[in-house]
Design a protein around this ligand. Structure first.
Ligand code: ADE
Length: 225
């Protein structure tokens, strides 16, 4: 999979993709990430990419011209499967959406700033708008990093144990069960016996029951039809 990211703050996206699972995915050649500075397509030599909004009001708007030129340049040689704009008024990111996007080949993510991007770019080029939650961040870079992380780890071959993403919280609308590692007795707090039993069937049943219980307690909304 190839993911291009268009941003006014490329520096903000240097670290998130240089560690752990996403780093390994890139090294294995399963995921290519290219971060592009929108200023390359600025309207003048001062690097201008934003302007005052029509109708008045505080806050700048990202101009259509640099974005259109960037999108058109980056769409060569291959058209994108999706052009995604990260915005608080987009569709809320959920595991199902991450699953679906992990099957795509070629994505462009657009990070907004200030008051956002000119509506005409959204109308003409953007195929999907995604929010990472009901709160407003100062730009789309951190949401883009979260989206790439959520998608990247699902690409087949990225996780060592290919099945492990299947047991993540939310994959079956259930939260993940509690997990334990050594020692079996930590300052008097002991690991549940069943996990030491060596009986895979019993362990599976216990984990499923714990998942259900946790979901009922913390996120009953996930159990509603
Ligand atoms: N940009 C600013 N806030 C955002 C959010 N919650 N989700 C996606 N993009 C954003």
């Amino acid at each position: 999979m190839k993911i291009d990211i268009l941003t006014v703050l490329p520096e903000l996206l240097e670290s998130p993709f240089s560690h752990s699972i996403i780093k390994r995915a890139r090294e294995k050649g399963l995921l290519e990430i290219n971060v592009h500075s929108l200023r390359q397509w600025a309207v003048n030599e001062y690097g201008q990419i934003d302007d005052y909004q029509y109708g008045g009001g505080a806050g700048m708007v990202m101009m259509p011209e640099p974005l259109a030129r960037a999108i058109e340049a980056l769409s060569q040689p291959a058209a994108y499967d999706e052009i995604i704009y990260l915005t608080p008024d987009g569709e809320r990111l959920q595991q199902q959406l991450a699953n679906r996007l992990s099957l795509k080949e070629n994505l462009l993510l657009i990070c907004g700033h200030y008051k956002g991007i000119d509506q005409r770019i959204r109308d003409k080029y953007v195929t999907r708008e995604i929010s990472i939650g009901d709160y407003v961040l100062s730009g789309g870079e951190l949401p883009a990093a979260i989206l790439v992380d959520a998608i990247g780890r699902l690409i087949p071959g990225v996780l060592n144990d290919e099945t492990s993403a299947l047991f993540d919280s939310f994959q079956d609308n259930l939260l993940a069960p509690p997990v334990y590692t050594r020692p079996a007795d930590f300052r008097g707090q002991v690991v549940p016996d069943v996990l030491l039993s060596g009986d895979p069937k019993k362990i599976d049943e216990w984990r499923h029951e714990q998942s259900l219980q946790r979901t009922r307690d913390r996120r009953p909304d996930l159990l509603e039809p």
